[in-house]
Design a protein around this ligand. Structure first.
Ligand code: NBP
Length: 467
C-alpha cells in the first residue's frame, strides 16, 4: 500500500472534518484515534471509499506515512497533546514534522517545540479557526514553528484553508508558538465581538422591546452593510430559529450561562504581562464569568433594584446601536492588534499584522468586512502602533463616537449592563488623552510607599515627605 501524504491523530469533530477536507483536496491521509471505535466509524461512514487509511495502532500509523512524515494532531489541548507526543517520539525519524492543530496554550507550545526540535524533529503550533464547518470546507490556519520546514507542509495547509480574493487563509506566522499565540488573540477578539453583539441585542430588546423575529430582521439588514461578518450572519440565523416543540424563538429558551474554554481567558491573562490594555476582551470574559453565577443572580434579582425609569427608546435608536457596534468592533480589533504587535516584539515572533488581517478574512469565526480596512491600514503602515491612529479607522471612530456614548448613556440610564460598550468608550477616551489622572496615583504611591515620581517640569526622580 502507498504511504500517505499526511497523518492525522484525533478524530473528534475537528479532526474528522479536517481529514475529510485533506482527502477531498487530493491528499492521502492516514488517521488514528485513541479510541478505535471513532476510527472505525469514520472509515465505515463518511470516509468510506475515500483515500483515508484507518490505523489502529500508533506504530502502524507512523509506518503508513511517507517520509519526511507529516503528522497533524487534533486532540484536546493540554495533557492529551503531551501524551500523544510521548507515544509518537520514539517512532519518529529526524526531519519528521509534527503539527499541533488544537488550541494549545502558547507556553506549552514553546516547551514542546524546544523538546521536539532538540530531538531532531520539526514542530508547528497551528491555530485553526472555523469550527466544524470550517474544518471541512476551509478553515483559517495560523501555523507557527520551524521556518525551514514550512515549505514541507505549506502546500497541504494552504490548499485545505479557506480562500479569499487575495489568497489562501493560511500563512506562516513566525517561530515557536507564534501560530498558537495569534489563534489565542483571535479567540480573545472573538469573545469581545460576541459580547458587543449580545449587548446590542440586549439593549434593543430591553430598550425598544423588540422581539427575536424583529431583531433577526435588524441583524439581517446589518449584515448587508459594513457590519457584514460571520458573527452577525449567524446572529440573524439564531434569532430567526423557531423551536419546533414550543413554536417559540429558541434563543428565548436558552439558559443564560456561558463558559469559557481557555483561549479568551489566556488572552486576558497574558496582556498585563506585556503591559497592553485589552478592556473589551476583559469585559467579555467577566461578562461570561458573571453569567455563570446564575443562582446568585436569580437571588439578587429579588433584592437589588435598578433605575425606576423604563423609558422606551425611539426606533431610530436602532441605527445608533448599529454605529456603536461597528465602532466597538474597531476598538476591539485595535486592542487585539496592539497586543499582537507587542507580543511580536517581546516574544520574537516578527508578525505581519497586515497578513494576519488578510487570513482572518475567510474561514475563521471573526471574519468580517471590517478586516479589509484593517489589512489596508497595516499594509500601508506596518509599524502602526494602534489602529485608532489609522486615518480611515481612527477618523471613523472620531466621527461615530457619539453613537457609542449614546448607547452607554442610555444603557446606564435603563440599567442594562453593557460592559464591552463601556470598555470601548473608556479605552477610546483614555487612549486619546494626552494627560490622565495617574499623576494623583503616583503621588499617592509616593505618599504611602516612597515609590518616587517624575515631574513634567524637570528631569529626575523625586520623593516628597507629604506630611
Ligand atoms: P476535543 O477537544 O473534544 O478532543 C477530543 C479528541 O482528543 C479525541 O480524538 C480524543 O480521543 C482525543 N484525546 C483525549 Br480527550 N485525550 C487523549 C489522550 N490522552 N491521548 C490521545 N487522544 C486523546 O476535540 P475537538 O473539539 O475536535 O477539538 C480538537 C482540538 O481543536 C482542541 O484543541 C480544540 O480546542 C481545538 N479547536 C476546536 C474547535 C471547535 O470548534 N470544536 C475549533 C478550533 C479549534 P478519544 O476519542 O479516544 O477520546
Amino acid at each position: 500500500m502507498d504511504q500517505s501524504a499526511i497523518g492525522l491523530i484525533g478524530l473528534a469533530v475537528m479532526g474528522e472534518n479536517l481529514a475529510l477536507n485533506m482527502e477531498h483536496h487530493g491528499f492521502s491521509v492516514s488517521v488514528y484515534n485513541r479510541t478505535a471505535e471513532r476510527t472505525r466509524q469514520l472509515a465505515e461512514g463518511r470516509g468510506r471509499g475515500k483515500k483515508l487509511h484507518p490505523t489502529y495502532d500508533m506504530a502502524e500509523f507512523v509506518k503508513s506515512l511517507a517520509p519526511p512524515r507529516r503528522i497533524f494532531l487534533m486532540v484536546q489541548a493540554g495533557a492529551p497533546v503531551d501524551a500523544v507526543l510521548a507515544q509518537l517520539k520514539p517512532l519518529l525519524a529526524p526531519g519528521d514534522i509534527v503539527m499541533d492543530g488544537g488550541n494549545s496554550f502558547y507556553k506549552d507550545t514553546n516547551r514542546r517545540s524546544k523538546d521536539l526540535e532538540a530531538a531532531g524533529f520539526h514542530y508547528f503550533g497551528v491555530g485553526v479557526s472555523g469550527g466544524e464547518a470550517g474544518a471541512l470546507n476551509g478553515p483559517c490556519i495560523m501555523p507557527g514553528g520551524t521556518r525551514e520546514a514550512y515549505p514541507l507542509v505549506e502546500p497541504i495547509l494552504t490548499t485545505i484553508a479557506a480562500q479569499v480574493v487575495d489568497g489562501p487563509c493560511c500563512a506562516y506566522m513566525g517561530p515557536g508558538s507564534a501560530g498558537h499565540y495569534v489563534k489565542m488573540v483571535h479567540n480573545g477578539c472573538e469573545y469581545a465581538v460576541m459580547q458587543l453583539i449580545a449587548e446590542a441585542y440586549d439593549i434593543l430588546r430591553g430598550g425598544l422591546g423588540m422581539s427575536a423575529a424583529q431583531l433577526a430582521d435588524v441583524f439581517g439588514r446589518w449584515n448587508e452593510g459594513e457590519l457584514s461578518s460571520y458573527l452577525i450572519e449567524i446572529t440573524q440565523k439564531v434569532l430567526s430559529y423557531v423551536d419546533p416543540d414550543t413554536r417559540q424563538p429558541l434563543v428565548d429558551l436558552i439558559l443564560d450561562q456561558a463558559g469559557q474554554k481557555g483561549t479568551g481567558k489566556w488572552t486576558s491573562q497574558d496582556a498585563p504581562d506585556l503591559g497592553i490594555p485589552i478592556p473589551n476582551i476583559d469585559a467579555a470574559l467577566w461578562g461570561r464569568n458573571i453569567s455563570a453565577l446564575k443562582a446568585e443572580r436569580v437571588k439578587a434579582a429579588d433584592f437589588l433594584t435598578g433605575p425606576a425609569a423604563s423609558a422606551r427608546l425611539d426606533a431610530s435608536f436602532v441605527e445608533v446601536v448599529r454605529d456603536a457596534l461597528y465602532t466597538g468592533m474597531i476598538i476591539s480589533y485595535a486592542q487585539a492588534m496592539a497586543l499582537l504587535r507587542t507580543a511580536s516584539h517581546d516574544y520574537g515572533y516578527d508578525l505581519n499584522l497586515s497578513e494576519i488581517a488578510r487570513i482572518w478574512k475567510g474561514g475563521c469565526i471573526i471574519r468580517a468586512k471590517l478586516l479589509d480596512p484593517i489589512q489596508a491600514a497595516f499594509r500601508g503602515s506596518p509599524d502602526l502602533v494602534n489602529l485608532l491612529l489609522d486615518a480611515e479607522l481612527g477618523g471613523l471612530v472620531n466621527r461615530r463616537q457619539s453613537s457609542l456614548r449614546q448607547v452607554v448613556q442610555q444603557a446606564v440610564g435603563l440599567g442594562i449592563p453593557t460592559p464591552a460598550f463601556n470598555a470601548s468608550v473608556a479605552y477610546f477616551d483614555s487612549y486619546r488623552r494626552a494627560r490622565l489622572p495617574v499623576n494623583l496615583i503616583q503621588a499617592q504611591r509616593d505618599f504611602f510607599g516612597a515609590h518616587t515620581y517624575q515631574r513634567i517640569d524637570r528631569s529626575g526622580t523625586f520623593h516628597t515627605e507629604w506630611e
